[in-house]
Design a binder for this molecule. Sequence first.
Ligand SMILES: NC(=O)C1=CN([C@@H]2O[C@H](COP(=O)(O)OP(=O)(O)OC[C@H]3O[C@@H](n4cnc5c(N)ncnc54)[C@H](OP(=O)(O)O)[C@@H]3O)[C@@H](O)[C@H]2O)C=CC1
Ligand SMILES: CC(C)CCC[C@@H](C)[C@H]1CC[C@H]2C3=C(CC[C@]12C)[C@@]1(C)CCC(=O)C[C@@H]1CC3
Length: 334
Amino acid sequence: VDSALLSLACYSGIGFALCKRLLQEDAGVQLCLACRNMQKATATKAMLLAAHPSAQVSLVHLDVSSLESILWAASEIQHRFQHLDYLFLNAGIMPNTHVNFKALISGLFSGEAVHMLSTAEGLLTQEDSVTSDGLQEVFETNLFGHFILIRQLEPLLCRLEKPSQLIWTSSSNARKSAFSLMDYQHSKGKESYSSSKYATDLASVALNKHFNKQGLYSSVVCPGLVMTNLTYGILPSFFWKLLMPVMWIIRFFTNTYTLTPYNGAEAQVWLVRQKPESLDALTKYHSCTSPLGGNYVESRKMDVDEEIAERFYQKLLELEKQVLARLTVPLSPK
Ligand SMILES: NC(=O)C1=CN([C@@H]2O[C@H](COP(=O)(O)OP(=O)(O)OC[C@H]3O[C@@H](n4cnc5c(N)ncnc54)[C@H](OP(=O)(O)O)[C@@H]3O)[C@@H](O)[C@H]2O)C=CC1
Ligand SMILES: CC(C)CCC[C@@H](C)[C@H]1CC[C@H]2C3=C(CC[C@]12C)[C@@]1(C)CCC(=O)C[C@@H]1CC3
């Protein structure tokens, strides 16, 4: 197969909505779903094929929090495809999240209420853990695993005559002050999610610097606040259902309450239609929804320093060298 579209984490949430929307736009695309739960992935493939019987959908097992799994998946993908047009880096976790309700209530009565409700600044903390690779789980899942995958798939992504696009799912919760170059895995703090999403923004900027001349382009999107398993891990789903009328009212003050996975995938779908050369490396593309439910994309400059992005990129390359040297086990599918 010459060209395909590889999407990470697709059987629920924004990833699944993205796959449905891509097939609605063009039923002829070759879709490869990279997921860690093959049972759920098989059911997802069946649902996609039921709606688009002539679509070409394949599956590959991938756990982005395991280097062994990433290397195996990358070699499998290289056997199947010669080129990837788009790689959607969408897998993400926000584990053991605690909401600071005191800050939420006082924030609602401050001048910063809209900013707080769209970025969650000051509202959330997480308890992170360490993976079997010895890395911080949120860092490895949300960023580093994807980074290693990209590096392994370089031969399928870097072709000057046929550009490829990396599309990362970042967040409005990405925050410079949560990230530190000295502790880029965020092993000491309690805002591992914010840190990992800021690290995503930095990595995308640096990848553009290093790979544009080889025909590889990277962009970050923000899907807004979307009701998915990720948000149901923050507050129970019945609570979110009760809050729905409040969130429709909040839509009059901020366009970031996209709420449905379909709306949240707007920026990813929009990016597929753009010429990658025309995109700005320092811009984040936000899915937005108006009070009446209309979807559109807004471009916003990221709070990213190119020199820090480059220093972080060098640290990622160093870490890559270390972890790959540690991996001595023979690779086999899980
Ligand atoms: N929902 C929101 O409001 C927002 C979400 N985002 C981002 O959007 C992306 C998609 O999340 P969303 O759709 O909301 O939530 P979901 O929980 O529905 O989707 C996350 C997906 O990531 C997969 N995943 C998690 N860990 C791994 C892993 N180790 N290897 C492979 N796949 C993995 C999950 O698979 P499994 O089911 O097996 O766990 C799941 O399919 C994430 O990057 C998230 O950070 C950004 C801004 C806002
Ligand atoms: C709707 C409100 C009256 C009550 C909800 C309060 C908070 C639980 C939410 C306010 C802003 C939200 C938010 C996220 C999670 C839930 C909130 C903190 C995210 C962090 C979810 C994942 C992201 O990537 C970005 C979101 C920003 C906004």
